[in-house]
Design a protein around this ligand. Structure first.
Ligand code: GLC
Length: 462
């Protein structure tokens, strides 16, 4: 390991230690006290290199929030969370009125990109055999129920493409295609009322997310209020997704969520096989069909994948880095893969000095500091590096890995970064930046990617 990587790893470990809440890691000690789904998956991937048993608890503590219908919520409030956090969860989500919510645990009512099979597999690979077996026997059945929920309730027509009903479910809150979708048509009362100067001023003053971070680096007030008003609609429906068509909410076949689900389907199938846990036949069929269905999201005009409105069947513009994430599935045709790989280094789109910007740099939607509307996020890069490596693109993977570690060195353990000059943006001491940096450093030190650990499990017969 180089001295530079050694220093970086030390700083990253210190961030994870500061954000450690016993059995889970807060995304950022200063702002997010709760446990979040994909944040914890990434924390577990990093912690697996340091303390595999603690990494396992990151996942098992999140699974305490699983709903009776199988959904794993995007946010779980443990009692140890700060009083402010608990109040926020109780009053905003009111999930305990939902019929499937777990008793005695405060959770949100939506989910997030399903990176959990990936994290579980990487943690299991670092545990001794007995501990790995115990861990997998506990988690894998829960994850199978989670993937069943996804395809049962979010893919009611059996298209093998799941729908997201809220931009927060994509984890990329103010990503431009969702913002454009939510800006169309009649605007919610909350948004219209907040457009008036006195109310706007008041809300801007009490917004918690801009207390320590410049407002230019967060979602705009209108974006935030549109999200909250959509959440209130879901809350009124008690987060009951069993009859999705009847809910008057957007249904988006989000390309990032589906790409991540496809890769995690493959890992989950292998994990289930390794402990001989059954996966229902209908689910296996859906999982097998999913890579082909993803092809429907290819946009010939802009030569990238886009998300699609499940109701109108229209692809949603503009293109973003989410459209590159099918590279993480390793299920693409060679042609598609090559087009996407070129975009990563194309200076007119994603090939900035510190790639990969969440929105192409020449796009009119690109905002250098605009949260998910421009900056580089380490988790997006991590998925791309992983996909490139697994599909045999070692040079591309190593280049992006080195660029990503250099970015964290230049910008610090921030939430996200300027894709132009590498400046750290958003909250500092951000757990997934630290955790994924640790994973990338360990890949670099071992001279390769540690591959897809799930591949170490017995493979499925075709
Ligand atoms: C923000 C991000 C989301 C993340 C959460 C906690 O809401 O958009 O992806 O999970 O913060 O870090």
């Amino acid at each position: 390991m180089t001295a530079e990587h050694d220093d970086l790893q030390r700083a990253a470990r210190a961030v994870l230690a500061r954000n450690d809440r016993g059995t889970h890691t807060a995304p950022s000690g200063s702002h997010y006290p709760q446990q979040w789904l994909w944040d914890s998956a990434y924390s577990a991937i990093g912690l697996a290199h340091i303390d595999p048993a603690r990494a396992a608890s990151e996942i098992t503590s999140l699974l305490l929030g699983q709903w009776a219908n199988g959904m794993i919520p995007h946010m779980v409030e443990h009692r140890a969370a700060t009083a402010r956090g608990v109040d926020f969860g109780r009053s905003l989500w009111s999930s305990k009125r939902a019929r499937f919510a777990p008793p005695g645990v405060i959770t949100s009512g939506i989910t997030q990109p399903p990176v959990l099979a990936e994290a579980t597999s990487r943690v299991a690979a670092k545990l001794d055999q007995h501990a790995a077996d115990t861990f997998l026997r506990k988690t894998v059945p829960q994850l199978v129920r989670y993937h069943e929920w996804f395809y049962r309730e979010r893919d009611p027509l059996g298209e093998a493409l799941v729908s997201s009903v809220h931009p927060w479910e994509t984890g990329m809150d103010n990503t431009p295609p969702w913002t454009s979708l939510l800006t169309r048509g009649h605007q919610p009362l909350l948004v219209r009322a907040a457009a008036t100067a006195p109310l706007r001023g008041l809300i801007e003053r009490v917004r918690p997310d801009t207390r320590t971070v410049d407002a230019a680096e967060r979602a705009t007030l209108a974006e935030g209020l549109r999200s909250i008003s959509l959440l209130l609609r879901l809350r009124r429906a008690h987060y009951d997704y069993a009859d999705l068509g009847k809910l008057t909410v957007p249904r988006v076949q989000d390309v990032a969520v589906n790409a991540i689900l496809i890769r995690n389907n493959a890992i989950l199938r292998q994990l289930a096989r390794s402990i001989e846990h059954p996966v229902p036949g209908w689910l296996l069929e859906r999982m097998q069909q999913a890579p082909q269905s993803l092809e429907q999201l290819w946009d010939c005009e802009s030569s990238i994948f886009l998300s699609r409105d499940a109701g109108t069947r229209c692809l949603l513009r503009p293109a973003t880095a989410a459209g590159l994430l099918p590279l993480y599935t390793d299920e693409l045709t060679r042609g598609r893969r090559e087009v996407l790989e070129r975009l990563i280094s194309d200076q007119l789109t994603f090939g900035t000095r510190y790639p990969v910007p969440t929105v192409p740099v020449r796009s009119p939607y690109f905002r250098e500091r605009g949260y998910w509307a421009g900056p580089t996020w380490i988790n997006v890069n991590w998925h791309l590096i992983d996909g490139l490596q697994r599909s045999g693109r070692a040079t591309g993977a190593t280049t992006l890995r080195d660029q990503t570690l250099e970015l964290v060195r230049v910008g610090g353990m921030h939430e996200y970064f300027s894709a132009l000059d590498g400046r750290g943006l958003g909250y500092c001491d951000f757990s997934w930046t630290a955790a994924l940096a640790i994973d990338l450093i360990n890949q670099a030190a071992s001279g390769s990617h540690h591959g897809a650990p799930a591949d170490a499990h017995p493979t499925e017969p075709s």
